[in-house]
Design a protein around this ligand. Structure first.
Ligand code: ZN
Length: 415
């Protein structure tokens, strides 16, 4: 086993760990560990809300979650010799739930998928699903089942939702300025267009007092992906992947967490993955001057791993960039097209006895494939959603016999 360079006791919050992690992007969050290029290390992680969601049958905890504490990240890990302009090479050697433990923290044998309330987080279909819902998943080796989604079982595509390097002070200032400009276009919107720095709930490793207050005032929130990586939620960043992160500060300061047991493309419920704490083993190396050498300026690049669930048969739902409620065309809008594909899948699978919320949870968590199929056929973009038929213990294909409707239980609600 690689050396544990960031350890977590899952019975304690991140704030109470021997060396705490952090929940804002800022160059001045002190390094929690130092590693050499060429080393292989283990990093232990809390689930992204730091354990606010419980293994129970109520979604009150999702409705009331304190998002100022998210995402709870492990690190930063400083890499010896890394300088701005380098590429940090990160091999995802292995990852999984908390090993050898069962207990109340997500990742201790179980995980969850949440639909967040429009007033507190929202999600891709929040206009259609404004309330909070939840499904608890039990882990069986590589497979997951849920008492809230009977008849569904699949092999997870385990991956970290969020890893990235620290921004430089200049880059952080640019992020804050451009996101503030976006918010200013519609400051009263619910959910907000972006999340500005938030002093409440801030954690920045061992910092306290005025230093911590400054991180709270300046530190970027962890929700969006940005130039440094961040919250990509790319399900194919699984075991065997190699990621090349741009380096913007001395030491690179790699941080991450938000481990997922599984997720569909788009993570559509916002917390659509199966969320868990756990461990991730990384190989760390450097390509000196790699950003200039390879023309990498605003983005990580990666090679996907070669370990993933093998599903070969799918039922595919198409969506186009038309708002069918008002019969309005939106010019080549791929986001709307993907939303329509999801809504079309929900309408279809609801005919088999699931509630629409249950299907929404399944689409977030199961290894569904989302594709941008066409963005040139004016005026309609076309996106498609591929659902593996084998994840259901009944046949979901259309037939003259009609759908096999059955009592499929219910997901956890906030009522
Ligand atoms: Zn997540």
């Amino acid at each position: 086993m690689p050396e544990v360079v960031f350890s977590v006791d899952q019975s304690k919050s991140m704030t109470e760990q021997a060396v705490p992690g952090h929940n804002r992007w800022h160059p001045d969050v002190p390094a929690a560990a130092n590693v050499r290029p060429g080393s292989e290390v283990r990093i232990e992680c809390r689930e992204w809300t730091d354990g606010q969601i419980g293994n129970n049958d109520s979604a009150r905890d999702v409705a009331d979650v304190d998002l100022t504490r998210a995402h709870m990240l492990s690190g930063p890990v400083s890499v010896e010799g890394a300088e701005p302009g380098d590429l940090l090479v990160v091999d995802i050697l292995d990852l999984g739930p908390v090993p050898q433990e069962s207990g109340p923290a997500p990742g201790q044998g179980w995980g969850y998928t949440g639909i967040f309330a429009r007033e507190n987080g929202g999600g891709f279909l929040t206009d259609y699903f404004p309330d909070a819902y939840k499904a608890i998943w039990d882990f069986h080796g590589q497979q997951a089942t849920s008492r809230h989604l009977p008849g569904v079982r699949f092999t997870g595509i385990t991956h970290p939702g969020l890893f990235g390097t620290a921004p430089s002070p200049e880059m952080l200032a640019r992020w804050n300025a451009r996101e503030a400009s976006l918010v200013a276009t519609d400051p009263e919107r619910v959910p907000p267009l972006a999340l500005p720095p938030e002093p409440s709930g801030v954690l920045a490793g061992t910092l306290s007092g005025p230093d911590l207050d400054r991180i709270g005032r300046e530190g970027a929130r962890t929700v969006p992906p940005r130039e440094n990586g961040g919250n990509h939620d790319i399900k194919n960043l699984t075991r065997g992947s190699r990621v090349y992160y741009p380096v913007y500060v001395p030491g690179a300061k790699l941080s991450g967490g938000d481990l997922h047991f599984s997720q569909g493309d788009g993570e559509i419920t916002f917390c659509g993955a199966i969320e868990m704490g756990g461990f991730i083993d990384l190989g760390i190396d450097l390509i000196k001057g790699g950003m200039e050498t390879y023309g990498v300026t605003t983005n990580p690049i990666f090679q996907p791993g070669n370990v993933e669930p093998r599903y070969s048969e799918f039922l595919t739902f198409v969506g186009i960039s038309v708002d069918h409620d008002s019969d309005t065309n939106h010019y080549l809008d791929a986001t709307l097209a993907y939303r329509r594909a999801c809504l079309n899948a929900i309408a279809y699978l609801s005919k088999f006895g699931f509630s629409p919320e249950q299907v929404y949870l399944i689409l977030g968590a199961a290894p569904v494939e989302g594709r941008i199929s066409g963005v040139v056929d004016i005026p309609n973009a076309c996106c498609s959603l591929y659902i593996p038929t084998a994840i259901f213990d009944f046949d979901i294909r259309p037939s003259t016999a009609g759908p096999e409707a059955s009592d499929r239980g219910s997901c956890a609600t906030a009522r």
